[in-house]
Design a protein around this ligand. Structure first.
Ligand code: CP
Length: 310
């Protein structure tokens, strides 16, 4: 892979191979030795704890030199474009950039260059607006596969603020492709009929006792400016109607699991006492994120012949 910006173009074999490599990193049976130095920068223009730190950790574990970049103190604030910022970092020696940005598809002009543009850097998407979150999706797939050993026929409910969620978008595309049976639940006003091609929009209580995975999504208040449903939002009301209450938890199958990309709004999407409950894979997802990002970075290094990897 030259760049890793979406899950849309991945084949099922590529996904399974990335999961296998990530498991190898987790079990320490897979080793990658860079024979040439690699320099990476992580450019997070939106807030992040998990993705940023996890890419940083994955890069260091692979032996990559991480060059600090802080958007709030960069020349972006003097009007320098993202493209020019990357050209600058490339001139300084950075070969790989992980970017999170609020603009959907920000990466398109960075990877589909005009004849007069010469950016060679590998780009990995750390999340674009409400577009894609490929590394979160890949670590979610790894977590599901670890648990069930397959995707085909698994009943998976994606619950909550679906229209705002890049995690939901990436996961519905990948899981549908992998043969999972998808259900969507949550407020009608945060659902779009364009998702109907991937699954069925249902009431969570209709399916809670049948699903294998409940994938809860954060209510993204920061993306709801001017939304009248936001001004009428009640945490208690949302939790009762759409959240994982203790009652719903106990209705789930014994082997079912709960996932959340984080950060969690406690007692909104998730009853606070359930965050660390037996069925919760919240922390396993984060652990897997480091190993999956190592596998994704390795694929991109190989795709660009960086670090002496072929
Ligand atoms: N899941 C996720 O993207 O979390 P952060 O925003 O903390 O990176």
């Amino acid at each position: 892979l030259k760049h890793f910006v979406t899950v849309e173009d991945l084949s099922n074999d590529q996904i399974l191979s990335l999961i296998q490599n990530a498991e190898g990193f987790r079990k320490q049976t897979r080793k990658v030795v860079l024979t040439e130095p690699v320099y990476a920068a992580n450019l997070f223009f939106e807030n992040s704890t998990r993705t940023h730190t996890s890419f940083d950790m994955a890069e260091r574990k692979l032996g990559i030199q991480v060059i600090p970049f802080d958007p709030s103190h960069s020349s972006v604030n003097k009007g320098e474009t993202l493209y020019d910022t990357l050209l600058t970092l490339e001139a300084l020696g950075v070969q790989l950039s992980v970017i999170r940005h609020s603009t959907n598809n920000y990466y398109e002009p960075l990877i589909n260059l005009n004849d007069d543009q010469h950016l060679h850097m590998a780009i990995m998407n750390g999340g674009d607006g409400s577009g894609q979150h490929p590394s979160q999706s890949m670590l979610d797939l790894m977590t599901i596969y670890e648990e069930f050993g397959h995707f085909d026929g698994l009943k998976i409910a994606i619950v909550g603020d679906i229209t705002s969620s890049r995690v939901a978008r990436s996961n519905m595309q990948a899981l549908h492709h992998l043969g999972a049976e998808l259900y969507f639940a949550g407020p009608d006003y945060w659902y779009d009929s364009q998702f109907d091609k991937y699954g069925k929009h249902v009431d969570l209580d209709e399916i809670i006792d049948q699903i294998n995975v409940a994938m809860l999504l954060r209510v993204q208040h920061e993306r709801h400016a001017g939304d009248e449903n936001e001004s009428q939002f009640s945490a208690v009301g949302y939790h009762e109607k759409y959240g994982l209450t203790n009652k719903r938890y106990h209705q789930m199958k014994d082997e079912a699991i709960i996932m959340h990309p984080g950060p969690i709004n406690r007692d909104v999407e998730f009853s606070s006492n359930l965050v660390e409950a037996e069925k919760s894979r919240f922390f396993r997802q984060m652990q897997n994120g480091v190993f999956m990002r190592m596998a994704m970075i390795e694929a991109v290094l190989r795709g660009n012949h960086l670090g002496g990897l072929k």
